[in-house]
Structures are given as structure tokens and as C-alpha cells.
Design a protein. Structure first.
Length: 124
């Protein structure tokens, strides 16, 4: 497994509990995302801070990959999607997410000066 990142959200701007920032990767991320790590920096309030990681929709339809709401605790999150057959029926089997797009990292409802670092664990 290789690690892509860190992707920084940018430093949040705005009032306490409502500051926001977001940043896109400078080039498309291509491959299978198996896990996402998030580290919080400065002093984001756990009761309001949200982190949203999504594709931009430049090479495929936009997709929210992960949303972590009301948290300021560093964490690791597995990324899995359900496999489907040719009729679209779920198979109760899960696989890492395939991406080929720019990634956006957003911190929202934080305090001014807060930011996150995101690391994508890619299947080699």
C-alpha cells in the first residue's frame, strides 16, 4: 500500500464554530483508496467540526467519499463500496473505492486557524 498525501484542507477562516476552508489536489488521484487518515490541527471544536472528502467530478460524476461530522479526533477510516452484479444487485462483498479524479478536502464549522491533513492509503 502507498500513501498519497498529506492533502491539507487549508486554514479555516471565519468565526469560531463556523470557519471553513477547502483545497483540491493539484492533479487527479488514480487508483483504489483503501483507507483515509485524518489529523486535526490547531483547536477545532469537536461538537461542530465537519470534514468532507470528495471527488471534484472532472473525470467522473462527483462523489462524496467520506464525511466525518462533529469530531476533532484523529482517525483512520476504511473506504469500501459494495460490489454489484450486472443487474445492479448488491453482492454483500466490499472492495476499495476506484477513483480517477481530483480530490477536495473541506473543513467546516471549525474555528479560525484550524485545518486538517488527509492521507489516502492506495492499493498498489
Amino acid at each position: 500500500m502507498s500513501v498519497f498525501g498529506p492533502i491539507l484542507s487549508g486554514v479555516a477562516v471565519g468565526g469560531d464554530g463556523e470557519a471553513t476552508a477547502n483545497t483540491d489536489t493539484t492533479h487527479p488521484v488514480k487508483g483504489l483508496i483503501a483507507q483515509i487518515d485524518i489529523t486535526y490541527h490547531d483547536s477545532p471544536p469537536a461538537e461542530t467540526t465537519d470534514v468532507i472528502i470528495a471527488t471534484k467530478g472532472k473525470n467522473a460524476p462527483a462523489l462524496t467519499i467520506l464525511t466525518v461530522s462533529n469530531s476533532a479526533t484523529n482517525g483512520s477510516y476504511p473506504v469500501r463500496v459494495e460490489e454489484v452484479d450486472n443487474t445492479g444487485s448488491g453482492q454483500s462483498a466490499y472492495t476499495p473505492l476506484v477513483v480517477d479524479d481530483y480530490i477536495n478536502v473541506k473543513i467546516d464549522d471549525a474555528n479560525a486557524g484550524d485545518y486538517v491533513k488527509v492521507y489516502l492509503h492506495m492499493v498498489d
